[in-house]
Design a protein around this ligand. Structure first.
Ligand code: AMP
Ligand code: GLY
Length: 425
């Protein structure tokens, strides 16, 4: 079997690594991949957003299955385009991908189906948004660009002044470009965040181990937001009882609500949740695997991922079993100094060989590339160090006792990934 993985981050390396465990795999291609995927797949120089070139490649090579990492190709309809040509591809179609592509689409769907989420106003008129703000007396308030803005389109405002400026920035100055044609205004929810990545074929939903991302750059959740500086799974924040509530009150009603709009959702449903007093609220939906959550979640998967992907595509998930290791995993992101702002590239990474034969520590590459005989930094988030152990406490200890075997000039990581777990235990 020949598989094409689309994307180049830590998530895609983790997907490639998990796929490579399947015995029927003859070849994996990664478009464009990184220095980590290179060891288990053939990297091909096609951009993850270039659907025409990806299609041409998949047809030429008779690819049996395509797995898409990032959201943009999904939102732009890669699944419909591949399926029209008879190619198998895992993920939601263009209609379903609006769940991430448009916050107002999602907000309306949630409202219509009584799915818990923050109160809101949705508008494409800056005057209407400002009128709402002037009447509002409750702060903080959350203002979001409607379209996808690489996780950056959310502004939490502490007062009226900030809120008016946020509306101007998003809708008039267009700091998030066309993502800001429309905005969504939300009540601020106070609680603990969790990421639920769930596999679905449109009828059956299997949640993967619940996880928590760490979005801020500095320890104690300080500083600006990043793509995510680490994650761990399973999080004890989500008990079995709460997981059932999430399925019954959120995930199934979303799937059914979409069905009533004539949309069958297949692939990964990633619900970004706020848990407030043991009640889950939807902050957002993503239509793909999360990064860095995937790097902590997939090493816990015992079932064959290829089998699950095909079952999602052909609607036979209910005949399958989702088996999960009774262990915990943590993923600490190593970044380049300066990230999420400016940073330098091309620094030689040392120490990777120390983990070559380890089963309990896996290095998933993100922004890396090969340069002659070296592997050098090529992005803001550079490596993901994933440790697996019997429980989360042991996994945290393991990752932090080993992480300094890796080194490069200007390497930076958070020292408190997973530590909020002690609050829940
Ligand atoms: P989003 O892209 O919509 O998930 O928002 C990004 C981040 O902003 C979330 O992970 C939360 O930390 C925060 N956030 C978004 N919406 C709210 C809300 N209504 N209340 C509190 N925090 C929020
Ligand atoms: N972990 C955040 C994301 O994948 O969007």
């Amino acid at each position: 079997m020949k598989v094409l993985v689309v994307g180049s981050g830590g998530r895609e390396h983790a997907l490639t690594w998990t796929i490579s465990k399947n015995k029927d795999i003859k070849k994996i291609y990664c478009a464009p991949g990184n220095a980590g995927t290179e060891g288990i797949a053939e990297n091909i120089p096609i951009n993850a957003e270039d659907i025409d070139e990806l299609l041409k490649f998949a047809e030429e090579k008779n690819i049996d299955l395509t797995v898409v990492g990032p959201e943009i190709p999904l939102i732009n309809g890669i699944v419909d385009i591949f399926e029209e040509k008879g190619l198998k591809i895992f993920g939601p179609g263009k209609d379903a991908a609006q769940l991430e592509g448009s916050k107002s689409f999602t907000k309306n769907l949630l409202k219509k189906n009584n799915i818990p989420t923050a109160l809101f106003l949705e508008t494409d008129l800056p005057e209407k948004a400002k009128e709402f703000i002037i009447k509002n007396k409750k702060y903080p308030i959350v203002i979001k660009a409607d379209g996808p803005a690489a996780g950056k389109g959310v502004i939490i405002c502490e007062n009226e002044n900030q809120a008016i400026n946020a509306i101007d920035d998003i809708m008039i100055k267009k700091i998030f470009k066309e993502a800001g044609e429309k905005i969504v205004i939300e009540e601020f929810l106070e609680g603990d965040e969790a990421s639920i990545l769930a596999l679905t074929d449109g009828n059956t939903i299997y949640p993967l181990p619940p996880s928590q991302d760490h979005k801020k750059i500095f320890d104690d959740d300080k500083g600006p937001n990043t793509g995510g500086m680490g994650a761990y799974a399973p999080t004890p924040l989500i008990s079995k009882e709460l997981e059932k509530k999430i399925l019954d009150k959120i995930l199934y009603p979303t799937l059914d609500g979409l069905k009533r709009e004539g949309i069958i959702y297949k692939g990964i449903m990633y619900a970004g949740l706020m848990i407030c007093n043991q009640e889950p609220y939807v902050l957002e939906y993503n239509v793909r695997f999360g990064d860095p959550e995937t790097q902590a979640v997939l090493p816990l998967l015992k079932s064959d991922i290829i089998d699950l992907f095909f079952s999602s595509i052909d609607g036979s998930l209910k005949n399958k079993k989702l088996e999960i290791e009774n262990k915990a995993a943590i993923n600490v992101v190593i970044a380049s100094e300066g990230y999420p702002g400016n940073y330098e590239k091309g620094k030689v990474i040392k120490g990777l060989d120390a983990f070559k034969d380890r089963q309990d520590i896996i290095i998933f590459h993100a922004g890396t590339k090969r340069q002659n005989n070296d592997i050098v930094t090529a992005g803001g988030r550079v490596l993901n160090i994933t440790a697996i152990d019997k429980d989360i406490k042991s996994a945290i200890e393991k990752v932090y006792s080993e992480i300094n075997k890796i080194s490069f000039e200007g390497m930076y990581y958070r020292t408190d990934i997973g530590k909020r777990v002690f609050k829940y235990l």
